[in-house]
Design a protein around this ligand. Structure first.
Ligand code: SF4
Ligand SMILES: [Zn+2]
Ligand SMILES: [Zn+2]
Length: 306
C-alpha cells in the first residue's frame, strides 16, 4: 500500500477518509487535525498556562507530546499534572511513564494523590470491587485535577479524551436516557470555581493515538487498569468497536451528530450556576460536591465495617 500523498509505504489506511498515509504524512495529518481542533474551538489563548493531565497512558502521553509540538511557537506554558488514584499493580508503572515523558519534554510535573487529597487510595475506597470503582475514580479524579489546577494557577486543564471516549460517553448517556447530563457534557460557558477543560484529542481515534505514540517512540504498552472491565463503559466500548469495524465512521458520526444537537439545544437547556461546596469549597450543584458526598458515605461504610 502506497501513501496517497507521496510514494512511500503507507503505515495506516484511514477507512473513514479513504487516505493511506506514510509515517511522515501520518504525523503531519495527526498534528494538523489536533491544531485545527484547538484553533476552531479557541481552546488556547496567548499567555495562558495549561495544566495537562498526564496519567502516563497513551492518550495523555500523545496529548503532551503533540501540544509541545503544535504550541512550540506560541506564548503558552504547559505544566503536567498526574493523579495517583492508588491502584496497586497498575498506577506505579504509569506514573513512571508520566515522569519519563515530562522529563523528556522538559515539562514540570506535579503529582497529586487520592491518599493525600482524601485520605484513602482508590483500592481502599472500593474493597472487593463491591461499589463501582470507575464512579469513585472519575469523581475524585475530576475534583483532584480541578484543585491542582487552581493551586498551579492554570487557566485551563487539558485532558487526553479521544474520539472513542467521547463517543462512549455520548452513547452511555443516550442509553441511560440522561439528556440533562448529556447537555452538561459540553458546557458553553465558563463556570465559577471550575477551571475550564479542553480536550484537544477529542476528534482523534484511539487507534491513531496509539500509532502516533509508536512512531514517535514515546510510549510502550502498559497493562490495563484492573477495574476497567467492571463498568458500563467497557460494554459500550466493545459495542462501538464492533459497529466501527462494520460501518467505518460510526464513532465520528456519533460525536459529530452530538455536536449538532448541542448547537441546536444551546439556550434551551440553561446551564446551572454552580455554588461552592460547604465542606471543601469546590464547585457543586447541591450543598455538597459529589466528592464530599461520596467521601461522607465512604467514612460511614468504613466505620460500620470495623
Ligand atoms: S478504569 Fe475506572 S478505576 Fe481504572 S483508572 Fe479508569 S476510571 Fe479509574
Ligand atoms: Zn507520504
Ligand atoms: Zn466538597
Amino acid at each position: 500500500m502506497i501513501c496517497t500523498k507521496c510514494h512511500e509505504r503507507a503505515i495506516i489506511s484511514q477507512r473513514y477518509s479513504g487516505q493511506h498515509l506514510c509515517q511522515d504524512h501520518f504525523i503531519q495529518d495527526f498534528e494538523r487535525r489536533v491544531a485545527e481542533t484547538v484553533q476552531r474551538n479557541e481552546m488556547v489563548k496567548e499567555g495562558e498556562r495549561i495544566a495537562v493531565a498526564v496519567s502516563g497512558g497513551k492518550d495523555s502521553t500523545a496529548l503532551l507530546f503533540c501540544l509541545c509540538r503544535i504550541l512550540a511557537k506560541r506564548d503558552v506554558e504547559l505544566v503536567a499534572v498526574t493523579v495517583d488514584e492508588g491502584i496497586a499493580g497498575y498506577r506505579d508503572d504509569t506514573i513512571k511513564a508520566a515522569k519519563a515523558i515530562a522529563e523528556r519534554l522538559g515539562v514540570e510535573l506535579h503529582i497529586v494523590s487520592f491518599r493525600e487529597e482524601y485520605g484513602y487510595d482508590l483500592d481502599e475506597m472500593v474493597p472487593g470491587k463491591k461499589v463501582a470503582p470507575c464512579t469513585y475514580c472519575g469523581v475524585f479524579r475530576k475534583n483532584a485535577l480541578n484543585r491542582a489546577a487552581k493551586r498551579l494557577e492554570a487557566d485551563k486543564v487539558a485532558t487526553g479524551h479521544n474520539q472513542d471516549d467521547e463517543a462512549q460517553t455520548i452513547m452511555m448517556n443516550y442509553l441511560k436516557g440522561d439528556f440533562e447530563r448529556l447537555m452538561r457534557f459540553r458546557p458553553w460557558r465558563a463556570q465559577r470555581g471550575l477551571v475550564p477543560r479542553i480536550k484537544p484529542l477529542r476528534e482523534m481515534p484511539e487507534k491513531e493515538i496509539a500509532l502516533y505514540c509508536m512512531v514517535n517512540e514515546v510510549f510502550t504498552e502498559s497493562r490495563e487498569c484492573p477495574y476497567a472491565n467492571l463498568s458500563l463503559r467497557a460494554d459500550v466500548r466493545d459495542m462501538l468497536n464492533d459497529l466501527e469495524s462494520q460501518f467505518p465512521g460510526t464513532k465520528q458520526s456519533t460525536v459529530r451528530g452530538f455536536e449538532k444537537i448541542v448547537a441546536k439545544a444551546q439556550g434551551s437547556y440553561a446551564q446551572m450556576d454552580l455554588a461552592a461546596c460547604k465542606e471543601c469549597g469546590e464547585p457543586c450543584v447541591k450543598e455538597l460536591c459529589k466528592a464530599c458526598e461520596l467521601l461522607g458515605a465512604l467514612k460511614i461504610r468504613i466505620k460500620l465495617s470495623k
